[in-house]
Design a protein around this ligand. Sequence first.
Ligand code: NAP
Length: 250
Amino acid sequence: MNFTDQVVLITGAGRGIGKALALAFAQAGARVAVNDINPDSCVKTADEIIASGGQAVACHADVANKLAVQAMLIDLEDRWGRVDVLVNNAGVEPHKPIVQLDEWDWNRTIDVNLKGAFICSQSVGRMMQKQGGGVIVNIASIAGRAAGLRDRSAYVASKTGLIGFTKECAREFAAYNIRVNAVCPGVIITEMTAHLRQNEAQLKKWLEDIPLGRLGEPADVTGPVLFLCSDAARYITGQAINVDGGKVML
Ligand code: NAP
């Protein structure tokens, strides 16, 4: 898939799935805006892309902070003048039973995973409306497709909300030639899931439930996201696609 000269903004791209997406889009010719809340990690991802001959800029901002996102987009518009693709990938996942989850954890999870996607989609959506089109992909989770992840109440609520928000954005933005879809990964090997992989009993149970018999890697998510952002998916909007080795068939 060819994204030559397209401007692609990926949130939470300092590591994990977001970083893999940044590298994959850069390899496909895109100019990549690498966002992260961690200033060092987004510079590292951007430097890696530039060192391998690609085009990238580090865009430090907390996606839950509207003013920070707006400042980031003003800088990006000055530099590259447009955003063709937005991937709302930044996310956090606290795990505690409901009776122990404090309000801060609940609020932060909803703020980053759901409000962050709203803030970025609203501001970038306005740019895409002016420029005549664009594509948004939200990285949700199978946790939002079939609840049942124990001790993840805030996360499940945020990802379920993100899938609903995806459909609403798709409906509202369609008239402006903006497509919006969600990708719902299963368990992918990143720092976010390190705790799960350390628990042998839990890992064995997960693997038994995955028809393809293995956990996912960040590279398993990049293909579906690039496809949804490409012209090959030009008639697809408002969908949530599971990328989970067949764990959830819905
Ligand atoms: P990860 O390894 O924890 O990476 C997430 C990245 O997002 C980190 O670099 C993090 O920075 C950054 N981030 C966190 N809060 C942010 C904010 N407010 N603004 C900007 N950046 C922020 O997670 P991942 O596994 O790659 O997950 C990426 C996305 O996929 C998330 O939305 C996650 O919910 C979703 N997902 C992951 C899995 C999985 O199994 N890994 C499964 C389903 C869905 P810091 O670490 O410095 O805070």
